[in-house]
Design a protein around this ligand. Structure first.
Ligand SMILES: Nc1ncnc2c1ncn2[C@@H]1O[C@H](COP(=O)(O)OP(=O)(O)OP(=O)(O)O)[C@@H](O)[C@H]1O
Length: 899
């Protein structure tokens, strides 16, 4: 937020809670647009992150950026995914509790990319050991495997996840990632046999055909050309340039070996993938009795070989159905339509179950066998609210899932707000908000909800159809305020609803569902004899999948919707027991075009992502809240009574301060540990005053420092016999060769060094480390390097001058603040954020300086810093300055929550 305050005039507000007209959707959109056009894709609503897909590579995901966000106070730096990830991680480490980050948004909004970036952030920034590297690699490589089998090119996204994913990353007590666990939701099996125009089947089919070597394809009985396979040509999708199947195949193959798949597993897995392709090419024709027979035996032979089932039994099971007649089982021949239906049902079933097997297999390799307690951060990358031209059973499930998550978000945000106000002893007026529980109940209530009614129709004896289901709905939930059908609608609405449709009034808006296919998709039936054949398969994966489900089914077959409902319930339970963070992803346009901000499309998403509602809840009480210590630290220079030091309790200091500035009673409330400010304008005014004051103070410090320099120069000249030597000239060289902002940066370091000194015996010391050499600053002897060196890392110069200046400005700001705030607490955050360091006792110490991922170790011996193990990539990247603090000061710093 502090950063946000400074930047507010340049690129809107970095936190929507600071919007003056926080109830205006237009103001919200304007702010989002303004920032997006400057490539600022992230904006907060309190601690929720709104992300707009840039559709282009931005230079904001580098290792340097990761280091920058590492350990920094959430509001110190501009909004970023890394800030969300880091915040969850730090709270988890310090409070030893569990967290989740919920990433939602519509297809193509950037959820999967966001979750991958968070995972990478943890992989790079968390401590790890050689032993744990394998866990890290497995966590990272589980993604390409799941994407190969679970993602596909759709019209909206070239790499669309066709399943919901929740991934727990487990950490040990040191904060190192030691394991993981994945839950998957509702894989879109129907894609295996049918794709809409312009879409593709799951990536793995194309990867295998493009990337698999000749011998493998020959063994699987496959040809390289995807056009030869009926299941791959339904969408008539032209070449997709953003997809490189050959390359992706290599990654997937490599991932298999890291994730511990045996050669047998891989053989069976590809046997299944190939079998699906062969199944799609099976054609049926009618015999003289009107029964289905297989037209050409080639495909079925391959399937029989790859799945390890007897050819004649397989043939029979695809053309017959086992039925019970008077306690006897007889095989009844299928007609051609039913045979095609049975064929597609097998293809969907084996693919769907193999996907579940895959997830379990990955889980086995991610599992941490050690029984010590672990904390977790869960990443939930789940389909957003979906409204298509024709909405079917899948959209119904997806939108129901979003209703549940919206309920969770509102409840948890409200709960958190309420708890905070109660904890702080602040008067709390309950916030009126739309509770979507009524819609969740409509869908999920036992006996009365839509899912129960659907199940009843699926399981009851007699002729149930999609239309009879619709009639049951009208009968049982017809009077519900959020349900309507053509029959129940008024004259005006009736026109837009078909006879086979029903409409739900979701929290995010109306969605009309076509009931056709609901029963079939919910039943997801596979003829019993087909199941039996697969249970006896010699392909280990297939046998495992079908045997297991057979065991399950002996209890009572669960319909797809009920399975989904139950898995959602347990997901919500998992989430409720954790601390939440939210990322809401927005898709800026339908054409995947960088820089294009489609107002209409975005307004719609703002609505159904519940962003205005969330903002309203966050702003219902107070726009801003801060701990007294932090507030005082930042603004104490604005009141003579608190500047430069306030010796009493921080709460009293704040009270004095705001009285002096002239806050009106209606503008704020004082809680037990925090100040609550109602309106953004109050805060902005304070911030403006602070900016003004800061510059005043800096020039004073500058003047004072220049005076000191002059004095020293004079003393030096007097001691003509002694030369200041190489060090001085080096400094001069550096000062003159660097840009002016770098000079300023040096200057600031020395300003900081100055107040830290405690007299002649332990003069302040500043030493600078550039590239591969370090210099000590004039008059300051290296021999008095005492305990407590603070190092501030200047992030990597990315060769763009603008960026370099920004970076230096960041240091400048931090350091200036430090300088003014004698209270060194604020230093902790800054230091911690930029790099890790440790200081030994006395003059013999070790300092670990992190550059990139590898620590570089310096030894201080007799005050001399020596690089013990230079990092190969040190070079120009390594720029830091350090200055000396008294032991007491450094102790107080070290007490902070260092990672
Ligand atoms: N932060 C980002 N930077 C650059 N490009 C991005 C970013 N986020 C998303 N994209 C682009 O948008 C595409 C779609 O993103 P992603 O696959 O994450 O969407 P999604 O929300 O997961 O969609 P779905 O629900 O269909 O899986 C990516 O393939 C990538 O090209």
């Amino acid at each position: 937020m502090e950063g946000a305050l400074i930047a507010r005039d340049r690129v809107g507000v970095q936190d929507f809670v600071l919007l003056d007209s926080h109830t205006s959707e237009t103001a919200f959109l304007n702010n989002l647009r303004k920032r997006y056009q400057e490539n600022l894709i992230y904006t907060y609503i309190g601690t929720l992150l709104v992300s707009v897909n840039p559709y282009k590579e931005l230079d904001i995901y580098t290792v340097t950026q990761m280091q920058l966000y590492r350990g920094v106070n959430f509001f110190e730096l501009p909004p970023h995914l890394y800030a969300i990830a880091d915040n969850a991680y730090r709270v988890m480490c310090s409070e030893y509790n569990n967290h989740f980050i919920l990433i939602s948004g519509e297809s193509g909004a950037g959820k999967t990319e966001a979750s991958k970036k968070i995972l990478q952030y943890y992989a790079v920034t968390c401590p790890t050991t050689e032993q744990l590297q394998i866990v890290r690699d497995r966590l990272l490589l589980s993604n390409p495997v799941l994407e190969a089998f679970g993602n596909a090119k759709t019209l909206r996204n070239d790499n669309s996840s066709r399943f919901g994913k929740y991934m727990d990353i487990q950490f040990d007590f040191k904060g190192a990632p030691v394991g993981g666990h994945i839950l998957s939701y509702l894989i879109e099996k129907s894609r295996v046999v049918h794709q809409n125009h312009g879409e593709r089947n799951f990536h793995i089919f194309y990867q295998l055909l493009e990337g698999g070597d000749k011998d493998l394809l020959c063994w699987l009985g496959l040809e390289r050309n995807p056009q030869k396979y009926a299941y791959l040509i339904q969408g008539r999708c032209a070449k997709v340039f953003s997809i490189n199947d050959k390359n992706d195949w290599k990654i997937v193959r490599k991932a298999f070996s890291i994730i511990d798949f045996t050669e047998k597993d891989i053989e069976h897995l590809f046997g299944i993938v190939a079998s699906v392709l062969h199944l799609g090419n099976i054609q049926f024709e009618e015999d003289s009795n009107g029964h289905a027979i297989i037209r050409d035996g080639t495909q079925i032979k391959w399937i029989s070989k790859l799945l390890g089932v007897h050819l004649s039994i397989l043939q029979e099971s695809l053309t017959h159905r086992k039925i019970e007649a008077r306690s006897e089982e007889v095989l009844s021949p299928l007609n051609v339509d039913l045979a095609f239906y049975a064929r597609d049902a097998v293809a969907k079933a084996i693919y769907g179950r193999t996907f579940t097997w895959l997830v379990n297999k990955i889980n086995g390799s991610l599992a941490n066998k050690d029984s010590t307690r672990k904390t977790v951060i869960g990443l939930l990358d789940i389909y957003g609210f979906e409204v298509l031209d024709t909405n079917s059973f899948e959209q119904f499930c997806i939108n129901y899932c979003n209703e549940k998550l919206q309920q969770l978000l509102i409840e948890m945000t409200l709960k958190a707000e309420q708890e905070e106000y109660e904890l702080e002893g602040i008067e709390w007026e309950p916030i009126p908000y739309f509770n979507n529980k009524i819609i969740c109940d409509l869908v999920e209530q036992k006996h009365k909800g839509i899912i129960s009614i659907l199940d009843e129709e699926c399981l009851r004896p007699g002729e149930a159809t999609d239309l009879s289901f619709l009639e049951k709905l009208e009968e049982k939930v017809g009077d519900h305020a959020h349900f309507v059908t053509r029959k129940l609608a008024d004259q005006k609405t009736r026109k837009s609803i078909d006879w086979v449709d029903f409409r739900l009034l979701h929290y995010a808006g109306e969605v009309t569902y076509c009931a056709v296919g609901f029963l079939e998709k919910n039943n997801d039936l596979l003829y019993r004899n087909l199941k039996e054949v697969l249970c006896n398969s010699k392909n280990g994966i297939i046998r495992e999948c079908f045997l297991l489900s057979e065991l399950d089914n002996r209890r009572r077959p669960e319909t797809v919707a009920t399975q989904f409902k139950n898995s959602l319930m347990s997901l919500i339970e998992i989430l409720m027991s954790k601390e939440p963070s939210y990322v809401r992803c927005i898709k800026p346009n339908e054409n995947k075009e960088p820089g294009k901000f489609d107002d209409y499309l975005i307004r719609h998403q703002v609505k159904y992502l519940g962003l205005m509602e969330h903002l309203r809840v966050r702003r219902a009480g107070f726009a801003y809240r801060r701990k007294y210590e932090l507030f005082l630290q930042r603004y104490k220079s604005l009141c003579p009574a608190t500047w430069p030091h306030w010796h009493g309790p921080a709460a009293e200091g704040v009270e004095r301060l705001i009285k002096h500035i002239g806050y009106k009673p209606e503008e704020y409330k004082l809680g037990r540990t925090k100040i609550f400010i109602r309106f953004p304008k109050t805060l902005f005014a304070t911030e403006d005053a602070f900016e003004f004051r800061k510059h005043l103070l800096v020039s004073r410090l500058q003047a004072k420092y220049k005076g000191c320099l002059g004095k020293r120069e004079y003393q030096k000249k007097r001691e003509a016999g002694r030369s200041s030597g190489t060090e001085d000239s080096l400094l001069q060289a550096v000062l003159s060769s660097r840009s002016c902002c770098f000079g300023r940066f040096l200057w600031l370091a020395s300003v900081l060094a100055w107040p830290a000194g405690t007299g002649k015996g332990s003069e302040p010391c500043a030493c600078f480390f550039f590239s591969n050499f370090w210099i000590s600053f004039e008059g300051i002897s290296t021999s008095n390097l005492s305990d407590g060196i603070v190092v501030i890392h200047v992030p990597e110069d990315n060769k763009q001058k603008g960026d370099a200046i920004l970076q230096c400005e960041h240091v400048f700001e931090t350091v200036t603040k430090l300088c003014m705030l004698a209270n060194k607490q604020s230093l902790v955050k800054v230091v911690q954020g930029s790099l890790q360091f440790r200081i030994g006792s006395g003059k013999e110490g070790t300092m670990v300086f992190t550059v990139g991922q590898e620590p570089q170790v310096f030894k201080a011996k007799n005050g001399q810093l020596t690089v013990v193990r230079p990092h190969p990539s040190a070079g120009d990247m390594t720029r830091a300055f350090s200055f000396c603090l008294t032991p007491a000061e450094s102790n107080s710093l070290l007490q902070g929550p260092f990672v």
